[in-house]
Design a binder for this molecule. Sequence first.
Ligand code: C5P
Length: 222
Amino acid sequence: MSAAPVIAIDGPSGSGKGTIARRVADALGYHLLDSGALYRLTALAARRRGVELDDAAALADIARGLDVMFGSDADGEEQIWLDGEDVTAELRTEETGAGASRVAALQPVRKALLDLQRAFRKPPGLVADGRDMGTQVFADAGLKVFLTASAAERAERRYKQLKGKGIGVSLAALSREIEARDRRDAERTVAPLRPADDARMLDSSGLSIDEVTNIVLDWARE
Ligand code: C5P
């Protein structure tokens, strides 16, 4: 039996990966993996249990034992539960994002999350978004997209996204935090953020969500 097809969508924070991945998955009737949420959940669970964000062994244990459930609310917005508690809002804060980027730099944590991520690959197919979907987790994906956007546009999008969720932030502070996180993700030694050799590059600056979604769908149908 051949494995279910995978569309890998990687890129820096705020490039629109999450939104595009969801749209593409909906259009194709595929499953969806928001891999960043797993790193965010690991950081959040660690904070709640008083585990330091550099304790690789303890963090890997947390990652391996994550009790997580993905779903959506009445408006179709993503909802995520940790240990039976709705943690969606807390998961999206830039503080949790920064924690995620710290735990994500630890090889034992990445290894602990591998099987969990690969278990999302089921018929009829999977759209997976993250930083290393095309390079590590699903290196055999049939389509790999590396989604980017200008730094200003990414900060702006993230700002609107957080504000829409009622999370208060300043645009300037957010820009600085996103830059720091991107630098850490790109410069780390394990699974650094970079396009796979066979990834198709897509700069979404100035494009609408529909336009980007349609480009990816055209590629998927090729
Ligand atoms: O995509 P999101 O902003 O939710 O990811 C949060 C953090 O998790 C990223 O900054 C990155 O450090 C880490 N991550 C990763 N590999 C993935 C997905 C996310 O290292 N596949």
